[in-house]
Design a binder for this molecule. Structure first.
Ligand code: G6P
Ligand code: ZN
Length: 567
């Protein structure tokens, strides 16, 4: 028989149990898919693949969760955010139910699921989470007929490195079951904590809904001089700006940070409501897709224009009359002007990095900056390759030709950070965008740059093309060949298939693109993209160096004609 105290405890426990019944955990049988290998930036597919292939989403989420050691998983915190695209809410519900069932202790989620990719990286670092999941297909269109994607970031806030994505892929190929709590429901709109008792041995499962902008905004305050930027954007001689959030995740960030905090008039921010299908547009900030910004800037009324992609890590900058700032130049120019950005005054500048196809304009900024040699690292395409460099203090600023720039403040590229960097430089130098760019060319020479994309190519054809091309250009007779184009003569100096050895962990990444490098540092690069969702995409990157300032006003498209002569 029970003692008096035992009886009381027993009835107390029974009462508690009746109040909130613990959430049951269910194990579901499933069959593996063989195509869940993450690409340059997560697993990206047509939305209908996630939406209608049985357990396609669940399999991948289970593979991600299983890739985390059970001991690390128990009681840990993960961050979840999305760019607001169609299917994100459904996916978040499944992720919450599966995280709980897999022993994750706490999920921190942006309100209504909204967090930009840079904000996810920022929050992971801030709260020391074990990692995070970002639901986005970046700049690819969204909606039932568009793309959906899942990115997994690790504890440093950056995209999972290959070792982790390989592990996820291996698990996905043999998965037989997944764990889920189908009864668990959360309210994504209610800020604050929600707690759930679990039926299994795990501790209570907690969900915390946070404001989408707060943590990220507070970080930016410490990196830039907000007063200086505010001075530029307000008052009688204000710089008129136009910022296009392209109906993606950046709307709330642009309104809150550029308008409310930094004083830009409300009408300088357009397309600021995140839409599930981005209004039917490509949320891709370049000259092809950011046409409404381009047209508006041509009017000449605004001195500075910027657009962002769906998840807010990419950006494009235009000066007055739609003067285009090439992303490789943007990186080089920020590098040459680090002294105007308060963040770098605090931390110093340890090194620069660029992805291999990004123009070599950065390299000259690195050579001359402060008359001190700043090392420049050349990595394969993909932001994940910058992670080790930044974690080990080797790299302070980095970027890619694909409209991404960032620094070691987080481990993702950061579109709004780049915009604030530019505004800081403009505020300090009191020059226009065009003047700053042309001044840079005059000092360092201009790297004319063009990229050509051949999309939805039959993967076999793409494979053979690259193989045959490699055979052709690596033949002895090809090196030292000369090509005359117009008045220029290009002499082949070096040909290779780009390979990268990570200076931190020694890992080697091979076959990252075929490079033809000429004696004057001009280059032609062939590379297979890693982000397409159907077929293969072949990219050709062409760069031609021009030292002579009197020849800096040609259209970059001249390279196009050169290329046609070439092949
Ligand atoms: C994503 C990655 C970038 C990469 C870009 C282009 O945006 O985050 O780091 O540069 O994809 O990749 P792709 O393989 O399509 O050239
Ligand atoms: Zn993106």
């Amino acid at each position: 028989s029970l003692s008096f105290e035992e009886k009381i405890q027993w009835s107390l426990r029974r009462e508690q149990a009746m109040e909130v019944s613990p959430i049951p955990v269910v194990t579901v049988q499933t069959a593996p898919y063989d195509d869940q290998r993450p690409g340059t930036s997560g697993l990206r597919k047509k939305t209908f693949v996630f939406e209608s292939k049985k357990n396609y989403l669940q399999n991948f989420i289970q593979s991600v969760l299983s890739s985390i050691d059970l001991r690390d998983r128990q009681g840990c915190t993960m961050v979840v955010g999305s760019d607001g695209r169609y299917f994100s809410r459904t996916a978040i519900e499944v992720i919450v139910q599966m995280a709980a069932a897999n022993g994750i202790g706490r999920l921190v989620i942006g309100q209504n699921g909204i967090l930009s990719t840079p904000a996810v990286s920022c929050v992971i670092r801030r709260i020391k989470a074990i990692g995070g999941i970002v639901l986005t297909a970046s700049h690819n269109p969204g909606g039932p007929g568009g793309d959906f994607g899942i990115k997994f970031n690790v504890a440093n806030g950056g995209p999972a490195p290959d070792t982790v994505t390989d592990k996820i892929y291996q698990i996905s190929k043999t998965i037989e079951e997944y764990a889920i709590c189908p009864d668990l429901r959360i309210d994504l709109s209610r800020l604050g904590r929600q707690e759930f008792d679990m039926e299994n041995k795990f501790k209570p499962f907690r969900v915390e809904i946070i404001d989408s902008v707060d943590v990220y905004l507070n970080m930016l305050r410490n990196l830039f001089d907000f007063n200086a930027i505010k001075g530029l954007l307000t008052g009688a001689h204000q710089l008129k700006i136009r910022i296009d959030a392209m109906n993606g995740v950046m709307g709330p960030y642009v309104r809150r940070i550029l308008c409310d905090e930094l004083g830009a008039p409300a009408n300088s921010a357009v397309n600021c409501v995140p839409l599930e299908d981005f209004g039917g547009q490509h949320p891709d900030p370049n000259l092809t897709y950011a046409t409404s910004l381009l047209e508006a800037m041509k009017g000449g009324e605004h001195g500075f224009g910027a657009a962002f992609d769906g998840d807010g890590d990419r950006y494009m900058i235009l000066g007055q009359n739609a003067f285009f700032v090439n992303p490789s130049d943007s990186l080089a120019i920020i590098a040459a002007n680090v002294s105007y950005i308060p963040q770098f005054q605090q931390t110093g500048v340890h090194g620069f990095a660029r992805s291999m196809p990004t123009s070599t304009a950065l390299d000259s900024s690195g050579r001359v900056a402060k008359a001190m040699k700043i090392p420049v690292y050349e990595t394969p395409t993909g932001w994940k390759f910058f992670g080790n460099l930044m974690d080990s203090g080797r790299c302070s600023l980095c970027g890619e030709e694909s409209f991404g720039t960032g620094s070691d403040h987080i481990r993702e590229k950061d579109g709004l950070w780049a915009v604030l960097a530019w505004l800081s430089i403009i505020a300090a130098r009191k020059q226009s965008v065009e003047e700053i760019v042309k001044d840079h060319w005059a000092r360092f020479g201009r790297h004319y740059y063009c990229r050509f994309d051949y999309e939805e190519v039959d993967p076999r054809a793409a494979f053979f093309l690259m193989r045959d091309l490699e055979a052709l250009i690596t033949e002895k007779s090809f090196s030292s060949q000369q090509f005359a184009v117009g008045n220029n003569v290009y002499t082949v100096e070096k040909v290779d298939s780009f390979e990268y050895t990570d200076p931190v962990d020694g890992s080697v990444t091979k076959r990252q693109g075929l490079r033809i490098i000429f004696a004057d540092n001009s280059r032609i690069i062939f590379r297979l993209s890693g982000t397409g969702s159907t077929g293969s995409t072949i990219r050709i990157y062409a760069e031609s160096y021009e030292r002579d300032p009197s020849k800096h006003t040609k259209e970059p498209q001249v390279i196009h004609n050169y290329l046609n002569d070439f092949f």
